[in-house]
Every structure is written in structure tokens, then in C-alpha cells.
Design a protein around this ligand. Sequence first.
Ligand SMILES: [Zn+2]
Length: 423
Amino acid sequence: MGTVNRLNRDDIVNGKAGKRPGNPKGGVIHNDYGAMTPQQYTPWLITRKNNGQLNLGFAPYYINSSAILRADNTNNKAWHTANNEGNAWYLGYEVVQSYYGIISDKEFIKNEDMTLRQVAEDFHYYGLKPNRDTIRLHSQFSSTSCPHRSWDLHGKSINAVKDYFITKVAKYMSLGKTVEEMLKNEGVSDPVATVPNAVTPQPDGKTVKVGKQATHWETGSTIPKFVIGQVYDVLASMPVSKSRSKKAYLIGKGKVATGWLLEQDVDGFKAAGGGNTNKATPTTKPAITGTTTETQSIAGVQMFLNRWFYGGLIVDNLAGSATNKALIKALQMELNSQFNAGLKVDGLWGAKTKNACITVREGANGNLTRLIKAALICKGYDVKGFDGKFGDGLDKAVKKFQSAKALKVDGLVGQGTFEALFK
Ligand SMILES: [Zn+2]
């Protein structure tokens, strides 16, 4: 009773990021946006180290409901926040398997709970008290949606999510000095790792090329054009029964997931036995921002940016430089998350951001469309509703804007129109 699988592997990172200048000031909670278990992170980290790639990021801890991987001594710095203060002074905790479709919310919370027990243990060890200064989110140190799933589950604001963590860590600290002691006092029997939905994480070097025939992810949302023809790592797979596919692959780069690809959309796919040629009929899943209620106004845009893209704006209904900068940041984040564009999220318009923009046209539905609308609203255009749908109203507004800017009037939002809208 009360045991957790401890993978004590300080030898993996072995102080690569240097010693901390003093005792840690607190802990940063991450969600990995991936599929792997702590056991699978072990060879993955070793490969990263052998390839000299630890500078791409690592945390000392990778935790799920049954296993705790410690990849370095906690007295060493870790490259986990893309920020010197965060890396030097804060412990980093990855709650793993956080990408949607890997495990249920219930399972995810079990992973998160085990992580918070480890935070409680370390806080005892370093004499730290859980509060809003010591418990931090990755998004407080750099522009990121991390911890994305904890964010969605625990109130969608920095303080709401932190307060949830603080309460839990305080409770665990009252139950014991070590994770094992806490589990024992909680009466938790040996935790069992569960990977529901028959998902099999596969950090094994297998890759797939996305075929020209691909149009929709397994979840029903549109596959961005940029993804077509690219080679991705297979992070996980699961059995499905959709159209001609018996299998779906979670594809991504490194550990970060991009989406669930049906096997029929892999380059060169041939259905077993010829099969039928029915087109995929993906279920429709509304885009994350499609149901929000911000109104068509500059204030609505500011609330939208604050809510979804860490805008940090004062809602004054005035389109000034701060709002413009927050809009560029949101566009950079969106291009990074949809297309792995690898942009620095700095709110500055430059050639890299421009070149990463895709062409968005009537019929599109999602965050890029919403950001185009946001930019037009700030410039005083009527887009006929501030949602994620690129319909007739937006087409007209884009054409009007293009005409005013002496751009080609085609209703297509390509790199030139993006630049005129955001720069
Ligand atoms: Zn993070």
C-alpha cells in the first residue's frame, strides 16, 4: 500500500544546466502537450542528451499517476521555463500525457495529483510554503499555453489555477513528508498506470508523412495546409473505426503533439483488401474559441486576447499599441501551436512572422479567422460577428480593407494582407 514507481535518474541530466544559485524559491507546474509516460521519457531524455539537445528543454520531473521520473538533482538548474529566473530559481514539474485524446480528464487529474504530491514533498524538504509566489505556472515566465489542460480544468485564470494547486499542495503537505507517506495516510492503494482509450504511446522513432489526400484530423477539425507533405514523429496510436481507417496516429515533433491523423491520410496509404472509398466523415468538434461570447468591439477583442492568449490588456475599448502587440503575440502563438512555426512570441512584426502566415479564405473556421476578425474590428471594420467562422460578412470586410490598402482585392488573407492587418 502507498507506493509509487520512483525512477530516480539524476544521471540523465547530471547537472547539465549548472547549479542553482541557492535554494529554490518555488515550483513551476507544466503540462507536457504530449503522450509519453515517465518510463518512456527516460530513453527520450537520454537520446536528447546524447544528441546534445537538452537545451531544447527539460524538467527535472516527469510525473503520472503511478510513476515519478526525476531526471536531475533538484539543486541543479533546469531549462524548463525559457526564462533565466524561472530556470535558476524554480523547480519544474511536467504533468505528462496531457495532450487531449490520450487520457480522460479524470485520469489527467490523477497525474496532476501525483505531481502535486511531489511538489508537497519538495516544499517540505526546502521549507517552502505553498502560496501565489511559490506556486507558479509556466505561462507566468514565458508566452505559452502551458499548462494548457490544468488551465482548462481549473478556472482559466492564473490565480484560479494557482489557488487550486495551492490548496492541494497544502493538503498533501499536511498528510506527510514524502509522497509515500501522503499516499499511505490518504489510504490510496498502490496507484496503477492507466492508458485508457487503448492509446499506445510510441516514442520509438517511427515517423509518418502526411499524404496529399488528408483533409481532417481524427477529431474532425481541419488539417492545416502546412502540415500536408510533412514528416512527423508518431507519438502514440489508437485503434479507430472511421471510414477506411482502423488506426489513428498522434503525430508531432519532439514530444509536442500536433494532432491525431487517420491512417488513411498517411502518404501512400492503401486500405486492407481494397475496401470502400467512402470519404472520411469526421465528427464536427467546435473550435475552442468558437463558443466564446466576446462581442464585436475593441473591448471584446481585448477580453478575447486576455482570456485565450495571455493578453494582459486593460479593457478600455481603445485600439492602441498594447492591443496591437497582444494581437501579434496571439498570431505568433497560434502559428506556433497549429504549424510548429517556431516563432519567438514577442509581439513584434517581422519577416519570420510574415512568412509563417498561411492563406486563410472563406469557409475557414478557427482561431486564425478569429484573429483576422479581431484585427479588422480594431481597424473599425464590421465583420458581422466576432466568431471563428470565415463567412460572407468577413469576405466583404476583407475586400473592403484590401481595397482601402491598395492590395489585390480577392478576399484571401495571405501574407500581404496579414501584414497590412497586423503590422
Ligand atoms: Zn511548460
